[in-house]
Design a protein around this ligand. Structure first.
Ligand code: ZN
Length: 322
């Protein structure tokens, strides 16, 4: 209710009611309204800065919970990444080592989505870094799990082939009971006397000594080579292995022939660049020569003779059938 104001009238000695013109009244009301509204707006603004509404409080709590969940998720992903790394280590150091398979290159393991910013749309969010880091970690984990599963498929195949592998990989001496006259490694070249890499082992022996295939495989070449190796036979054993038998006096197989371990493939000789009768024997793994000495399994002379006999019988039978 509006206050009624009075003013003392000295002439009438009475209090007269003070009356304002209407315009002034409206102006007064407008001023009051403006001041009150400004004050109210300021209070609401200050309140909103320092105090949240219940709805805002709920949203903030939700956001905090989500951040905590994401951080927990990241930690779980990291635990799984460590687990996959452990699988990779076991895969490379044990399974692949057993089957002599190549290890997975580190670059491939880390890769996946290199260079592509898949989460550009997240950048506008307040917690963009958290989202991007989490999703990137998750992608990397998925990629590594995928690679590892493919790798295990390969290892399973290798395990299935293990039996075949044991027949194929070079595992014996190509000539029986002879002496090694030159080892794998650097040596003085018998012709130039310069230091030169010798990519195989030389077995001295008399011309005509049978030369045996050291593992199962297919003959890839059986001819006179002008590289200095003279009459030579090269066998592909699969699994990345090849063997070379050089300076032969006679070749007894042809390119394309399937060979079993112990089978006679030629006779020791002195053909090509050679200073005396010997067999030059090489083992190559993925086209790089390696020391054949690591590929002679311990065999007694009886075992060796049996194996050679079996190989000879096998070949005869095979020829008869053809
Ligand atoms: Zn040699």
């Amino acid at each position: 209710m509006a206050k009624v104001k009075y003013k003392f009238n000295p002439h009438t000695l009475k209090f007269d009611v003070i009356s304002h013109p209407l315009r002034k009244k409206i102006a007064n009301i407008a001023i009051h309204l403006f001041v009150n509204l400004t004050l109210a707006a300021t209070l609401v603004y200050i309140y909103s800065i320092f105090l949240d509404t219940p709805k805002e409080k709920n949203i903030k709590r939700e956001i905090e919970n989500t951040i905590v969940k994401y951080e927990l998720f990241q930690r779980k992903i990291n635990e799984k990444v460590l687990l996959v790394k452990e699988f990779q280590k076991r895969d490379n150091n044990i399974y692949r080592a057993i089957f002599e398979a190549d290890t997975i290159p580190a670059s491939q393991k880390e890769g996946g989505y290199g260079g592509v910013n898949r989460y550009k749309s997240f950048e506008k969010f307040e917690h963009a870094n958290l989202f991007i880091k989490t999703f990137t970690l998750f992608d990397q984990l998925n990629w590594q799990v995928y690679l590892q599963s493919k790798s295990f498929d390969e290892v399973i195949d290798l395990a299935r082939n293990k039996e075949k592998m044991t027949h194929c990989i070079p595992a014996i001496q190509p000539v029986s009971l002879t002496t090694i006259s030159a080892h794998f490694g650097f040596r003085s070249d018998p012709f130039t006397h310069h230091l030169k890499m010798h990519y195989g082992i030389d077995f001295s022996g008399s011309i005509g000594t049978p030369v045996h295939a050291t593992g199962e495989g297919v003959v890839v070449s059986a001819e006179f080579s002008f590289t200095g190796y003279g009459k030579e036979v090269v066998i592909d054993h699969g699994f990345g292995y090849k063997t070379r038998y050089a300076h032969l006096s006679k070749i007894e197989v042809q390119a394309g022939d399937k060979i079993i371990r112990g089978q006679v493939i030629g006779l020791l000789g002195n053909s090509g660049r050679s200073t005396g009768p010997h067999l030059h024997y090489e083992v190559m793994l993925r086209n790089s020569a390696i020391d054949p000495l690591n590929y002679f399994n311990d065999l007694t002379s009886e075992d060796y003779d049996d194996m050679v006999k079996f190989a000879t019988v096998g070949k005869t039978e095979h020829d008869t059938l053809d």
